[in-house]
Design a protein around this ligand. Structure first.
Ligand SMILES: NC(=O)c1ccc[n+]([C@@H]2O[C@H](COP(=O)([O-])OP(=O)(O)OC[C@H]3O[C@@H](n4cnc5c(N)ncnc54)[C@H](O)[C@@H]3O)[C@@H](O)[C@H]2O)c1
Ligand SMILES: [Zn+2]
Ligand SMILES: [Zn+2]
Length: 369
């Protein structure tokens, strides 16, 4: 039995506490990863704020990189000492959706996901009083260690520093993948990205890599727009003072943009996307709000053959995509350094979430030595 420190949420709207947790013996396909860096994503914040509901207590964190410390007897595709980025989309490989090449809709993934337990339903972690702990998104990576299924630990080149590698596990995969993996962006297209946090800034870079002609970045924060400009955006729009829809039309002879990627997670941003896209164009929603809330649209904004798609994890195939993204970082075509606003200790995680909520950071990354 091993004990280590992890960030546990006991109740919504309360601070996350750093407590010792106990690890059960590894199952045959389990992999134990010593976490070296873990990013604070908006999704973790949504769990803290209660707009995304999971059983509690839970270990938060789902964007991480580390070193494989131990593997179960039947674990495949990964070995002790590998540097890995963790994927939050384990899938069974043989259900209705897996057969149709949609691992993000895997029946087992969607069935077990809301329970925040591994596929076999047995938690690997407990509190010191013996109470069972849930693991957010099959991970729970805000801890010194994380137990995952072998398919979730994806080896990447060791040259990529852990603080940058961890971002690949959620924000970067989601944003770059939305731009590259759906085949939505054609060479020369006009693309708008609404919301320039880690996900949106990654979408801006994905649009650049896809050969977009014009990239319009929309945010409420001038600093994020300035960074979007350095990462590939040709036009910046501050939605608090400028009309993003008018800019979309101005840049496209009145048509509207070919593709809009939303990464803001707000009703007003969803509305902008539908208005700013041209007839026949494609809207990709990545952000989310409370699933029980309504969002209203002007009906006319949804007409004219517009294609609207909500996408999770950028259509990721982690075993293919994570090493690709790591190599794109190493060859300079994908910028990750500037997505890191702060490096913090696990004990500073509540300050990190407060800064994310205030919009002060792109990513705070928890560093473990
Ligand atoms: N689809 C997925 O798989 C997936 C994965 C990770 C995150 N997400 C979601 O994507 C969204 C972005 O995540 P993040 O970690 O980059 O969050 P973030 O908070 O760092 O970034 C959001 C950005 O949107 C901007 N914004 C907010 N309202 C806006 C508006 N009305 N118009 C323009 N800009 C606005 C904010 O200023 C901020 O820069 C969140 O909703 C998150 O839950 C989805
Ligand atoms: Zn995330
Ligand atoms: Zn499946």
């Amino acid at each position: 039995m091993r004990s280590f420190r992890a960030a546990v949420l006991h109740a919504p709207h309360t601070p996350v506490s750093i407590v010792p947790v106990t690890l059960a013996a590894l199952k045959p396909t389990d992999v134990l990863v010593r976490i070296r860096a873990a990013g604070l994503c908006h999704t973790d914040l949504e769990v803290i704020e209660g707009s995304l509901r999971y059983p509690l207590p839970i270990v938060l964190g789902h964007e991480a990189a580390g070193v494989v410390e131990q593997v179960g007897a039947a674990a495949r595709g990964v070995k002790v000492g590998d540097h890995v980025v963790l994927s939050w989309n384990p899938h069974c490989g043989h259900c209705f959706y897996c057969d149709r090449d949609a691992p993000i809709l895997c029946e087992q993934y969607l069935g077990e996901g809301p329970k925040a337990l591994p596929f076999d339903g047995e938690s690997r972690l407990s509190l010191s009083d013996g109470r069972m702990l849930q693991q957010l998104m099959f991970l729970g990576s805000f801890g010194e260690y994380c137990v995952v299924a072998d398919q979730q630990a994806i080896p990447i080149p060791k040259e990529v520093p852990f603080d940058r590698a961890c971002l690949i596990g959620c924000g970067v995969m989601t944003g770059v993948g939305a731009a590259l993996n759906l085949g939505a962006i054609a060479h020369g297209d006009a693309v708008m990205v609404v919301g320039c946090g880690a996900v949106g800034l990654s979408a801006v870079q994905g649009a650049r890599l896809a050969g977009a002609g014009t990239i319009i970045a929309v945010d409420l924060d001038p600093a994020k727009l300035e960074l979007a400009g350095r990462l590939g955006a040709s036009v910046g729009v501050n939605a608090s003072s400028e009309d993003a829809i008018a800019v979309a039309r101005r840049e496209t002879a009145g048509r509207g943009v070919d593709v809009v990627i939303e990464a803001a997670g707000s009703s007003s941003a969803f509305r902008i996307t539908a208005e700013a896209v041209r007839p026949g164009g494609q809207v990709i929603w990545l952000g989310k709000i409370d699933v029980n809330k309504d969002v209203s649209f002007r009906w006319g904004s949804l007409m004219q053959e517009k294609r609207i798609r909500r996408v999770s994890y950028g259509n990721a195939r982690p075993r293919r995509d994570f090493p690709l993204l790591a190599r794109a970082y190493l060859d300079g075509s994908l910028v990750l350094d500037e997505l890191i606003s702060r490096r913090i200790r696990l004990e500073e995680i509540n300050d990190g979430f407060a800064a994310l909520k205030r919009g002060e950071t792109i990513r705070s990354v928890v560093m473990f030595d």
